[in-house]
Design a protein around this ligand. Structure first.
Ligand SMILES: Cc1cc2nc3c(=O)[nH]c(=O)nc-3n(C[C@H](O)[C@H](O)[C@H](O)COP(=O)(O)OP(=O)(O)OC[C@H]3O[C@@H](n4cnc5c(N)ncnc54)[C@H](O)[C@@H]3O)c2cc1C
Length: 288
């Protein structure tokens, strides 16, 4: 349970951080909250020779709404998302999820940037950001680029980040009326990773579904967008029958694997049940 030896750097600017990544190449790892990386290092599943600590880098944490987007700095802690009035008032999907990530200890240290960069398909925030159609701002030594969440999540523990890049900000389009979201999570006990969880964001205009975002946690090699379920809702009326049909489609789109948390069949059925619950809650919030 003791990690291997490593050199430790504590840059104070993003520029310095990306320069260190460039200098040390794949031997270097960024350290954010440490709640995924440090356990892996203790188990010797990861053995970076260099750690670049982002905790002293200025300007990487914060939550603000500007120019049509909610902007969340990568070093923003889960607990800050949970406590933000802006988020609970305008982005209930994020608030729902932040409150059920792990336990208060993990939420006090874990960051949104670390969660998305780690790309664990059981991570809650990647599904939330998929349903919200977020974009991620990524900074390298020579360029900055913006990556849609669908392109960022490449596979199991794999993202589109280059080894010399830092995820600096998450941008979520601001709701423009008639929007509501919900996150519904099934866990074996409080604080556990999801057996199954569902993120839903709906936008309703004149009684019709203008936009739908539906994403699935823990039932695939990465967090999955339920495209067919989304398509089935867009442009239609959100009656109980259409919500049920979308939940059935989401269950078909899931790619669960049997493990200690349940069989494939059980998880698929939970996707159906939880998608319906999340859709109902999101609709209620969008139309209240
Ligand atoms: C007991 C326990 C229970 C947990 N339960 C849940 C849960 O229910 N739901 C859930 O979603 N998560 C859960 N987690 C994970 C937790 O949310 C982590 O905090 C999160 O996944 C990683 O964030 P971090 O800031 O700790 O990242 P770190 O552990 O510091 O880093 C994780 C990875 O991301 C990279 N990285 C970090 N920041 C950046 C950045 N800005 N740019 C580029 N790369 C970066 C690191 O190099 C590393 O590879 C749990 C963790 C623990 C220990």
């Amino acid at each position: 349970m003791i990690p291997g030896m490593f050199d430790y750097f504590a840059p104070s600017t993003l520029e310095e951080a990306t320069r260190l990544l460039e200098q040390h190449g794949p031997d270097a790892k960024l350290l954010a909250g440490g709640h995924s990386l440090i356990p892996l290092m203790k188990l010797r599943l990861a053995a970076p020779r260099v750690l670049v600590d982002l905790n002293g880098v200025a300007g990487l944490a914060g939550i603000e709404e500007r120019d049509g987007h909610l902007r969340i700095g990568a070093m923003t802690r889960h607990a800050q998302l949970e406590a933000s009035e802006l988020i609970s008032d305008r982005y209930p999907l994020i608030a729902d999820a932040a409150a059920v990530i792990a336990d208060p200890l993990v939420r006090n240290r874990g960051t949104i940037g670390g969660s998305l960069a780690h790309a664990d398909p059981a991570g809650d925030l990647a599904s939330v950001m998929t349903a919200l159609r977020a974009e991620l701002v990524v900074v390298g030594p020579r360029r900055e680029r913006t990556i849609p969440i669908d392109d960022f999540l490449v596979g199991l523990f794999t993202t589109a980040l280059e080894p010399n890049e830092v995820l600096s900000e998450v941008r979520v389009p601001s709701p423009n009326g008639g929007s509501g979201g919900a996150y519904v999570k099934l866990e074996r006990k409080v604080g556990d990773f999801a057996t199954v969880a569902i993120a839903v964001q709906l936008t309703v205009r004149d009684g019709t579904c203008d936009e739908a975002g539906i994403a699935l946690t823990s039932v695939g090699p990465t967090n999955l967008r339920a495209r067919q379920a989304e398509d089935s809702l867009r442009g239609g009326s959100l009656d109980e029958q259409s919500l049920r049909a979308a939940a059935d489609l989401a269950a078909q789109e899931a790619q669960p694997a049997a493990d200690l948390r349940g069989s494939e069949e059980y998880k698929r059925d939970m996707v159906r049940v939880l998608t319906l619950r999340a859709l109902r809650r999101a609709l209620e919030r969008a139309t209240r």
